[in-house]
Design a protein around this ligand. Structure first.
Ligand SMILES: Cc1cc2nc3c(=O)[nH]c(=O)nc-3n(C[C@H](O)[C@H](O)[C@H](O)COP(=O)(O)OP(=O)(O)OC[C@H]3O[C@@H](n4cnc5c(N)ncnc54)[C@H](O)[C@@H]3O)c2cc1C
Ligand code: FES
Length: 320
């Protein structure tokens, strides 16, 4: 059994086989439906079901508000049609472009700093991410957060963690060199600094979850943000806490900024008792980035402070 899916406003249509999600079916037909993680963690594939039915699979809490659900919103990477569908969703119209590797620098034993110069520099909000095509694997994309605020020359900075046998990160650590070119697409995502918020700021990140937080903090400092900012940075091993000198420098230069680090070999969720001790956090604008486990645990903690979901922003670094 197959179902016809029509995407508005582009008018693109394709078929989905029984058991396929909307995203799987779109990608199988070469339709570049906007998405990030592909597994219900980031919310970037959010769309609206205008006509028809389907089964919504599991996704991270807070990706859909009750109002959005009532209006037919769906997480399309986890949505399996059970009838023909008409949906409203974004289809990428921008093409890929090449970006040259300008610099590679080990930030820690398992963390590589990567600086890319796109052929056509583009505007983005600090905290957003791009997708990088794995060299030698056409169409296979990996998501990486931009770690700097927009630079005058368009250079993009990334902090990339080596994944066990990672298709992209192994090439990055072992083969890629300055001067090589990568195909990228972006910017993507809703994780960025809410400049107009009058609230103090809580940031929580683990490992390379620091990447988009760094961009967000740079943007805040650049704009002369005077709200208090407390950043909690965790890792499973001491050497994964990179850029500590930079953080110490910021703490000296900006009196409204402080940071706290925590190492826990058992898992970064143990960062949270430290966060909890420094609460309450109900009135803060909150930025979270790290593994889905860390995000879920932090969301549970914030629930105890009744932090409104509109004040909580996160990117979950799920495997692609
Ligand atoms: C929106 C978004 C932004 C991201 N930004 C960053 C970033 O700035 N820096 C960064 O380092 N990562 C980031 N990630 C995570 C990164 O995209 C994935 O880890 C990616 O799968 C790594 O690709 P790879 O080819 O190296 O490994 P893969 O070939 O995808 O995976 C190899 C093996 O490692 C496991 N694995 C891969 N990633 C993870 C993970 N994160 N946690 C646990 N197991 C994993 C896989 O399950 C697989 O077994 C982001 C993810 C998303 C969704
Ligand atoms: S792509 Fe669907 S939630 Fe990330």
């Amino acid at each position: 059994m197959s179902y016809r899916i029509t995407v508005e406003p582009s008018g693109v249509s394709f078929t989905a086989e029984a058991g396929q999600t909307v995203l799987e079916a779109a990608l199988a037909h070469g339709v570049a439906l906007q998405h990030g993680c592909g597994n219900g963690s980031c919310g970037d594939c959010k769309g609206t079901v205008l006509e028809g039915q389907g089964e919504q699979g599991i996704y991270m809490p807070l990706l859909l508000t009750p109002e959005e659900k009532a209006a037919g919103a769906a997480i399309l990477c986890k949505f399996k049609p059970t009838s023909d569908l008409c949906i409203a969703a974004s289809v990428h119209t921008e093409s890929f472009q090449h970006a040259e590797i300008r610099r590679l620098l080990r930030l820690g034993p398992d963390v590589m700093g990567l600086w890319l110069r796109p052929e056509t520099p583009f505007a983005y909000k600090a905290g957003q991410y791009v997708q990088v095509e794995v060299p030698g694997h056409p169409g296979v994309m990996r998501s990486y957060s931009i770690a700097n605020r927009p630079a005058d020359d368009g250079t993009l900075e990334f902090h990339i963690r080596r994944a066990p046998n990672g298709l992209f990160s192994t090439q990055l650590f072992e083969a890629l060199q300055p001067g090589d070119r990568l195909r990228i697409r972006g910017p993507i995502g809703e994780f960025f600094l809410r400049e107009d918020s009058p609230r103090d700021v809580l940031c929580v990140a683990a490992s390379t979850g620091f990447a988009p937080i760094k961009g967000i903090l740079e943007e805040a400092f650049f704009r002369g943000f005077d709200r208090r900012i407390h950043f909690f940075f965790g890792a499973r091993q001491e050497q994964d806490l990179y850029h500590l000198d930079l953080l110490a420098d910021w703490a000296r230069r900006y009196p409204n900024f402080r940071f706290t680090t925590a190492v826990d070999t058992g898992g970064t969720q143990m960062l949270l008792p430290t966060v909890d001790e420094c609460g309450p956090w109900g009135q803060h604008e909150v930025y979270l980035c790290g593994s889905p486990g860390l995000i879920n645990a932090t969301l549970a903690l914030l629930k105890t402070y009744d932090t409104p979901s509109a004040q909580i922003h996160f990117d979950a670094f799920a495997p692609s």
